[in-house]
Design a protein around this ligand. Sequence first.
Ligand SMILES: C[S@@+](CC[C@H](N)C(=O)[O-])C[C@H]1O[C@@H](n2cnc3c(N)ncnc32)[C@H](O)[C@@H]1O
Length: 254
Amino acid sequence: MRRILLIGAGAGDPAHITMQAVAALNDADVVLAFDKGEDKDGLMQLRREICARYVTRPGSRIVQIENPQRRADAGYLAGVDAWHQARADLVRAAILREVPDGGCAAFLVWGEPGLYDSTLRVVERAMVGGGLDATVEIVPGISSVQVLAAHHRICLNEIGEPVLITTGRRLAEDGMPARGSAVVMLDGGLACAALTGQGLDIYWGAGLGTADEVLVAGKLDEAIAQIRAERAAFKAKRGWVMDTYLLRRRPEPA
Ligand SMILES: C[S@@+](CC[C@H](N)C(=O)[O-])C[C@H]1O[C@@H](n2cnc3c(N)ncnc32)[C@H](O)[C@@H]1O
């Protein structure tokens, strides 16, 4: 029986890592990571920094797993399903190859493993059908959503109101929820730009937790031009951009 640990890596700052995560990392024989070629989102660099800072276990090493391409021609959900299966097959093979029976493998997962991340689903699939017998544990991490709220010095919710965490794709299809705030992730196209004229405020952040972090807050109608410009400048500088934002209705003046 092997152990598989999914460890929250934080949203970009190696100091986000928890004491529990450090202990878990030091239990692992190997830290597994999907190889995205030129490290398009900076995740590989963050993993290396975290391991260099916190791993003291002799012989611990990072092992990269080939990252299969996601096909877009079969539709979104079918494409994701096939991609997860391909990743699961590679994870199973890598764990059986790199981790002895009784050993421990860790994944350093961006932000919080339980929020818009497929590693858990992929690992569960890797164990389907036998061949890989393992226990799975999750060590929670600091999500980009928490960092967004902290660095804007806001609460995610208003008093007694709900918060919807959604994607740019869903925001474009569903619009603002009837009540409360919406946190939007995975939005490469700033879907919020279609929601101007509705009295919304926006709290936006790119590269949260990194040295290049950019924050913009204000009325959506007025802030959207600056957000577009900051987003483009960030991408030009880093080669990638990850951004998250919160939308909510501006309170009526008393
Ligand atoms: C695949 S999801 C991973 C979310 C992650 N599990 C978390 O808890 O933050 C990637 C999305 O998270 C958001 N994100 C992750 N890290 C970020 C950061 N440092 N700054 C801004 N947004 C970030 C972006 O919306 C990005 O498109």
